[in-house]
Design a protein around this ligand. Sequence first.
Ligand SMILES: Nc1nc2c(ncn2[C@@H]2O[C@H](COP(=O)(O)OP(=O)(O)OP(=O)(O)O)[C@@H](O)[C@H]2O)c(=O)[nH]1
Ligand SMILES: [Mg+2]
Length: 242
Amino acid sequence: MTTQPPAVSVVVPTYREAGSLPLLTQRLAAVRESSLPELELLVMDDDSRDGSLEWARASAPEWLDFIVRTERRGLAPAVVDGIARARQPLIVVMDADLSHPPERVPDLVAALTDDIDFVIGSRYVEGGRTDEDWGALRAFNSWVATVLARPLTSARDPMAGFLAFRRSLLDEAGPIDPIGFKIGLELIVKCGVREIREVPIRFSDRHAGESKLNLGEQVNYLRHLARLYRYRLGAGRRRLSE
Ligand SMILES: Nc1nc2c(ncn2[C@@H]2O[C@H](COP(=O)(O)OP(=O)(O)OP(=O)(O)O)[C@@H](O)[C@H]2O)c(=O)[nH]1
Ligand SMILES: [Mg+2]
């Protein structure tokens, strides 16, 4: 018996990624050809006005949907919108700047078994790594952010934005209302994720363009964390009163 390759919607949030979108699409096209023929790509763009839309109109393949967003801007809200539009049963979320290797998408998808409901492309498990020029300050920031989230999840890399899960995971979710960047943490907490598998990846420096992770986003992270802790405490109380 031959098994069909799984159908996957890849959701990519973008802001000013015109320099990376063509190569991302090219590398995903190769993945599509070699192992995931039913892959669709949803680019969720916050009205970048940097030539991305023009590129998509002129050169994008038919399996790429380029969606221009003008409301509730931000990385995580863009991903939530993308999941709502996805047509396939499996979802992969990844960044546009090629920090997440597109060639690992099939491995993340394959790690979603009956027992595993959430997969993370992880920098912090054995075999995972980040490129050298991640400065000390950035590495420290990432470590502090991860430690602050520890009571919410045992995942080694809950800050990651390279994720795979079934779309149905959201069916029973609490209200999804992330602020800022950390869509993975939002889903882990709100969807009551039970079993996580972390697949090691090499996280590369961004291919082109500029980082959007600024001080404002770090403050957003603290607001988002406060919200998630309140939600978790509320869920605990709800369980006790049942
Ligand atoms: N739709 C949308 N996407 C965003 C926004 N901010 C960032 N992104 C996208 O989210 C992904 C991650 O953002 P990055 O700026 O790469 O953040 P980072 O990886 O922490 O930082 P670098 O390593 O410096 O690239 C990229 O694909 C961005 O284009 C936003 O406000 N809206
Ligand atoms: Mg990046």
